[in-house]
Ligand binder design. Sequence first.
Ligand code: AQP
Length: 339
Amino acid sequence: MADTAFAPRVFSGIKPSGGLTLGNYLGAIKRWVEMQEDPTYETIYCVVDMHAVTVWQDPADLRRATREVAASMIASGIDPERSILFNQARVPAHTELGWLFSCVARVGWMNRMTQFKDKAGKNAEKVSLGLYAYPALMAADILLYHATHVPVGEDQKQHVELTRDIAAKFNHDYGVDFFPITEPVTEGPAMRVMNLRDGSKKMSKSGESDMERINMLDDADTIAKKFKKAKTDPEPLSSDLAGLAGRPEARNLVDIYAGLADISAEAVMAEYGGSGWGVFKPALADLAVAKLAPVSDEMRRLLDAPEELDAIMARGAERADEIAQPILARTYDIMGFVR
Ligand code: AQP
C-alpha cells in the first residue's frame, strides 16, 4: 500500500510521439477521466514531451503532436480546471529530479526493462542513451508530485515497479521517509488495444502503417475503411467468447466494441455471436464513429486556437511547479547540496 501519510494524488502522462490512437483513449484517457471524477484524488496529467525525444522527432511534428495530445485529453473529458494539465518541458524540475534519480537507479535495474529490449530490438548500441535511461525520468515525473497512484497500461507496470524501487532506495540510503511507494493502477475500465493488422502487437501511435491503428482525428470514412480492412480470419464470430481463443484479431475487434460501448465482451457476443464480419465490422465502425466524432470535432476546435491551448498548458505548468518546487528543494537538501 502507498504510505497513508501521503494524500492520494494521481500522476500519468502520454508521449507526444504522434497523434493519439484509440489505444491511448481506451487504454489510458478513459480511466484518467474516471479518476478525475473521483473526489478521492487530486489528478495531474502531463504531455511528456521529454520522453518523446528519446527517439527522433521532427521539431514541427513534436510541436504539432504536443498540442494534439493536449487537445485529445481535453476533448476526451480532462478538465484543466479540475485536473492539472501541462507539458513536461515547461517544468524543468522533472529533468532535475530525473538526473538525481539516474544516480539512484542501478544499471542492473535498467537492464531488466523489457520495454527497452522491445523498442531497441537488435539495435541496442545505436539507440539514444535517453531511451535507456527514460524510466528514471518517469520515476521523477511521478515522485516530483509525491503521486501515490499511477494509472498505466500493463506494458508500463514494470516502470512503476522501478519507481517504487527508486523511492525505496532513496528513502533507505538517506534514512528518510520522503518519497511515497507509488501504486500502479491497472484495474478499471482500461484495456489493451491491439494492432488492426497483427493481433499480437499493441496498437501504437508510431507504428509503421497507418492502417494498423485508429487515430483520434480519423474521419468516418477512414475509420470504416480501417475496420473493413482489419485482419481477421475467414470464420464468422463464434457463438461465445471461449470460441475466440487463439483468434487474437477477432478477439481484439470484440474487445474494442466492448470498450467503446462500455459493456462486457460477453455482452457483445450475446448480440453478435455467430455474425459474419460483413455484419460486425460495419457495426463496429458505426459505433467508433459515433463515439469519436464528438471528441475529434472538439479537438479540431481546440487546435484551431493553439494560443488558447498553450495558455491552458502554461497555467497547468504553474500549478504543477508550485507542488514540485518544495519537493525538489527538499530532495536537494536531503542529499546535501548547497544551493
Ligand atoms: N494499444 C494500447 N492499448 C492500451 N493502452 C495503451 N497505451 C498506449 N497504447 C495502448 C497507454 O497509453 C498511455 C500513454 O502511452 P504513451 O503514449 O506514453 O506510450 P506508449 O505506451 O509507448 O504509446 P504508443 O502509442 O505505443 O507510443 P509509441 O508508438 O510512440 O511508443 C500508457 O498508459 C499506455 O499504457
